[in-house]
Design a protein around this ligand. Structure first.
Ligand code: 13P
Length: 258
């Protein structure tokens, strides 16, 4: 992990409208700002709250992320927000979250098109992969993850891939309070890095791989210490001010070798 700056992102999911989001970001700002020398940090509010959070964090090193983006630049796509429209408003976009795949029918092909569009507009992408419980139980975890990586990222140029972060989020660990064990997380993160190496060569040594799924203040350090995990994509715990600060602090301490 030494050659990679760890990255902790809070995925707020469908929580916090503009006023609440702004208030929350302002409360986090002074506590997180000092940690940005060791950890890259991003807050990912719903689309409607992105400008408010951007304003609250203006002039700070804390990044703003979106939770999805559509790949067409404009047109008759009711309800969608284009990657082109997010450029200038945020730094990162989460792509292919399992909730998008599960509840909104997002396919691997769309994940690729969205990642491509996000990167084409100068943004960075957090691309999520993860197996469902029946797939794990059937011994198919490695095949599922490899498939998601190849179909979601395989068509990218190396220069585009350099702006990709991969989040390993086992679907069964999301919002369940049942996090992966450190062994399970490292096994898949190691496999992800190996596959990325095959796909993109040596630049994959620099790729950040986050773990996501029931990360909290009690278990986060066990993930941050793993050789192929470089931070976390935090859901529920990122909505609690003190807990999120403790998670980022813990990441900074592990990065500092404390
Ligand atoms: P939880 O941390 O609530 O399990 O959610 C994880 C997640 O989906 C982050 O993207």
């Amino acid at each position: 992990m030494a050659e990679r700056v760890p990255f902790v992102a809070g995925n707020w999911k469908m929580n916090f409208g503009p006023a609440m989001a702004s208030q929350f970001a302002l409360a986090l700002r002074p506590q997180l700002e000092a940690l940005t020398s060791r950890v890259e940090i991003a807050l990912c509010p719903p689309f409607i709250s992105i400008p408010a959070v951007g304003q609250a964090l203006d002039g700070s090193s804390i990044r703003v992320g979106a939770q999805d983006a559509y790949y067409e630049d404009s047109g008759a796509f009711t309800g969608e927000v284009a990657a082109a429209q997010l450029a200038g408003l945020c730094d990162y976009v989460i792509i292919g979250h399992s909730e998008r795949r599960q509840y909104f029918g997002e396919t691997d092909v769309e994940v690729f098109l969205k990642a491509k569009a996000v990167l084409a507009h100068g943004l960075r992408a957090i691309v999520c992969v993860g197996e469902r419980l029946p797939e794990r139980d059937a011994g198919r975890t490695a095949a599922v993850i490899r498939g998601q990586l190849w179909s979601g990222l395989g068509g990218l140029e190396v220069s585009e891939f350099e702006r990709v972060v991969v989040a390993y989020e086992p679907v069964w660990a999301i919002g369940t309070g049942r996090a992966a064990t450190p062994e399970q997380a490292q096994e898949v993160a190691g496999l992800v890095r190996e596959e990325l190496q095959r796909m993109f060569g040596p630049v994959s040594r620099k790729t950040r791989i986050q773990y996501g799924g029931s990360v909290n203040q009690a278990n986060c350090a066990t993930f941050f210490r793993l050789p192929d995990i470089d931070g976390a994509l935090v859901g529920g715990a990122s909505l609690k001010e003190q807990e999120f600060v403790v998670i980022v602090q813990s990441c900074a301490q592990v990065a500092a070798g404390v």
